[in-house]
Every structure is written in C-alpha cells, then in structure tokens.
Design a protein around this ligand. Structure first.
Ligand SMILES: NC(=O)c1ccc[n+]([C@@H]2O[C@H](COP(=O)([O-])OP(=O)(O)OC[C@H]3O[C@@H](n4cnc5c(N)ncnc54)[C@H](O)[C@@H]3O)[C@@H](O)[C@H]2O)c1
Length: 429
C-alpha cells in the first residue's frame, strides 16, 4: 500500500495494502477474535495536546500505546500511527481501531523526510512518541547498518522535522541496554548513569539519544527520553524470547538457548508499559529522562522452566531428563550482557506502579499466543529458528548447530565471527 500522499480511506487503512505489505493472500481476521488489550491508567487530558503521532505504531509496544490512548481518550486526542510496516509489524495490532474517529494510520518511513513532514503537517501533530526502530539485538550483530540507518538517522530525520513544524512534545523511546551490562552486585542504575552500550543495537539507541539531547540543547526541542527494560506480552513478534519459546513449545518443539542460558533479564508486562508511557505523557517533565523498570528478573534458563510449567508440559518438580527433552543449546551472541538493572524511582514518583506480576503476565501471554500467535503474522515458522537472519523484509531460517548441552567458548567464538561476516554481506546486498 502507498499512503505517502495521504490516507487511502477515512482512517487511512486499506486491506489491500495490508495484504501486499505482509505478503498475505487473505485477511485471516484473527484480530477480530482476540481481546482488546490496553493499559489501565487515565489522566485529565492535557489542553495543549491534541494530535499525537506514534511511530512504530504497528509494532509491539507502540501498538499497546496506540490502542490505549485511542480508546481511553476518544474525545481528547487524535492518534496517528506512523509505520513503515516492516517484517515484525502487523496491522492486526491496531485493526480494532479502524472504525474509531480519533485513529488514523499513515504508512511511512522515519528515514524519509518528506513522508515524516507530510504526516506532521497533514495531521497538525503537536506530540510525538518515537518508538519506530530496528529492535532485535540478535539481528544487529550482522545487519548493523540497518540499525544505524533506522535508529540513528531515522531519529535525526524525525527530530529535524519536529523542529521544523514546532512540535510541543517529543517523547523518545530508548532502552535500558544503553547503560550496558550491570554486574550482579551492582546497584540498580539511575537515569544519570553513563551510557556504555555493548552491542550495535544498544549503540544505535544511545546514539539516537545523543541526537535528541543535542536538539534539546541547540534548538530547545521539548523532549523526554524514556529507557525501558524488556517488555513482554501479547502482540510481540515471535522473534523475542518469550513469544518465540511459547510458539515453539506449543508446536511441541524444544526451545534453543543461546550460550548457557545464564544471562538474566527484567520483564515488564506490556499493559504496565502502556501505563508508563501514558503517565510520562501526562505527568513527565520536559527535558527529563525516565527509566521504566520492573523488578521481575529471571535467567533465560529459569524462564524456560517457568514456560514449560505454565504450559503444562512438565511439572514444577520435573527432573533434568524432562528438561533436557525440551531445552537445547546453541552458541551465544557475539557478546551477551549478563544482566541489566535500572532504578524506576523517578517514574514511580510520577504515580506509576507495576500492576501485573510476572506469573500473571506470563499466563495471559501464553494463553494469547496459543490462541492467536500462529496466525497473527502469517507463517512464523522461519522466525522460530535459533538465529534467524533477515534478507530485505524476508526472514530466513538459520542452520546453526544445536546440542543438548551448553556449547564451549572457542567454537562459539569461531561461530560468532562467521555470523557477523555472513550477515554483514547480506546487509550490503
Ligand atoms: N521490546 C522491548 O522489550 C523493548 C525494551 C526497551 C525498549 N524498546 C524500544 O521500544 C521501541 C519499540 O520496540 P518493540 O519491541 O515494540 O519493536 P517492534 O520491533 O515490535 O516494532 C518496531 C516497529 O517499528 C516499525 N519500523 C521499523 N523501522 C521503521 C521505519 N524506518 N519507519 C517507520 N517505522 C519503522 C516496524 O514496522 C515496527 O512496527 C523500540 O524503539 C525499542 O528500541 C523495546
């Protein structure tokens, strides 16, 4: 679909274009069966906010916010979802909003200045939430130019365009990965901590932050930066660990861990993330940075165990033989931060709280993926391989060695180099 020159229908969404963009021959209408999931917060609408552009709105986290703001503030805010419709997106994520008068979709690329400015001017945008990004760390090791192009240059285009039209609020979505690895005994990191990213994805997000900061200082662009830890929940493309492993187990296939499965991550349910962004929009101070963090920290190996129990595949008391049937290993990422840990005090002082326990969020997520995950994005088979690679918009399965035990360092190192070479070649194709 092309809506470069404007929406194809009153709300800017056309089924034809959806099929073309996603390579579907038919609309599965799976969106119509699924529950409408949003956050829980609601604030007094801001008088100077009317038209909100949300980039990456057909992706995971942004679509939660698009649904939340469209449905929670139907008379106060118009929501414009701006998305290029990349491989990981789905218009199913916001399809339920198509008949809402305060919702529009604009297919555009943040790296294209004319599309960005056209959207800003057409909808008289006063507020931007910038989520659009290449977001999958695994892909960033080989396909790193695409990460710099979208995450750094795309942010630059958006900032320059926002400056040009005199935007009132620019809320930039970053990640806890910009801080780099946090050792087990280290304190949780405050917003004032230095940025020390260790992978190309995190580096591109940190670089984007630098541009936001410079536009704040040089041009008085009214900006807020938000650094979130891992978010999970329904609507996440199954390239990330939780939805991917649920989909594999639901197909009675074992999961494959990178390395030994010991790295830990903190997880925040997407509904709580939507609340955090709603809170920051209404209560956040311009010029500030806010961590959005959960305290639910779990290793990748323990996560597998939890999923196996939640999905009734093993019992909580199951022994190592049962686990070995379902958990396999492959080489690690070129570098895998052992853990991230951010302090969320500043956000809690705005009134935000984490409402969904990991157990409850996981239950809802498992249920959703079992019912809809296999149809939401079309055929996801290739995405479920241990290290899928991207060629253009197409996801290709890898052929990485998988074993019953964690793999050793030297072989892993050799493999790491090979992956980088192969994928960088692809990036140049
Ligand atoms: N998922 C997480 O756990 C997590 C954690 C912290 C921060 N973040 C950040 O939150 C944001 C959203 O992450 P997500 O996991 O929901 O991402 P996602 O991969 O699900 O969605 C990204 C969206 O951006 C769109 N997009 C990509 N390139 C674009 C371009 N050039 N122009 C317009 N649209 C484009 C894609 O089509 C997709 O809809 C990202 O900025 C990411 O860095 C994510």
């Amino acid at each position: 679909m092309t809506i470069k020159s404007g929406p194809a229908s009153p709300n800017g969404v056309s089924n034809t274009s959806f099929r073309e963009t996603n390579g579907f021959l038919e609309d599965y209408a799976v969106w119509n069966e699924a529950p409408v999931l949003i956050g829980t917060t609601k604030f007094e609408p801001l008088p100077d906010v009317k038209n909100i552009m949300i980039t990456g709105g057909a992706g995971f986290i942004a679509s939660w916010l698009v649904r939340h703001l469209t449905l929670t503030y139907p008379h106060a805010y118009n929501i414009i979802s701006f998305d290029k419709l990349d491989y990981c997106s789905s218009l199913h994520n916001t399809r339920i909003l198509n008949d809402r008068r305060n919702f529009s979709f604009y297919q555009g690329d943040v790296t294209n200045p004319s599309e960005v400015v056209d959207c800003l001017e057409r909808y008289n945008i006063d507020t931007i939430f910038h989520f659009a990004a290449q977001s999958h760390v695994d892909l960033s090791f080989g396909n790193s130019y695409a990460f710099t192009h979208t995450n750094v240059y795309g942010t630059h285009v958006l900032l320059e365009s926002a400056k040009r039209v005199g935007i009132k609020r620019f809320i930039h979505v970053s990640t806890d990965e910009v801080y780099g690895e946090v050792k087990d005994d280290d304190d949780d990191l405050l917003e004032s901590s230095i940025l020390a990213p260790t992978n190309p994805y995190a580096a591109s997000k940190a670089a984007a932050e630098m541009l936001v900061h410079s536009y704040q200082k040089s041009f008085k662009l009214p900006a807020i930066i938000v650094r979130s830890n891992n978010v999970y929940g329904p609507h996440q493309y199954p390239e990330k660990i939780i939805p991917k492993f649920i989909c594999l187990l639901d197909r009675s296939k074992p999961v494959v861990l990178h390395g030994d499965g010991s790295p830990t991550r903190r997880y925040l349910y997407a509904g709580d993330a939507a609340d955090a962004f709603d809170t920051i929009l209404h209560k956040g101070q311009l010029g500030q940075i806010y961590n959005v963090g959960s305290l639910d920290e779990i290793s990748n190996l323990s996560l597998c165990h939890k999923l196996l129990v939640e999905m009734d595949i093993i019992t909580a008391e199951a022994g190592s033989a049962d686990l070995a049937r379902w958990i396999k290993y492959t080489h690690d990422r070129p570098f895998n931060d052992h853990r991230y840990a951010i302090d969320n005090t500043k956000l809690r002082q705005l009134g935000w709280e984490q409402k969904t326990s990991f157990a409850e969020g996981l239950r809802v997520t498992v249920d959703w993926y079992r019912k809809y995950g296999h149809r939401w994005w079309g055929d996801i088979t290739k995405v479920l391989s241990p290290f899928p690679v991207l060629a253009g918009r197409e996801v290709i399965s890898d052929h990485e060695p998988v074993s019953d035990h964690p793999q050793g360092g030297s072989d892993g190192q050799r493999k790491k180099r090979r992956i980088g070479e192969v994928s960088n070649d692809r990036a140049n194709e």
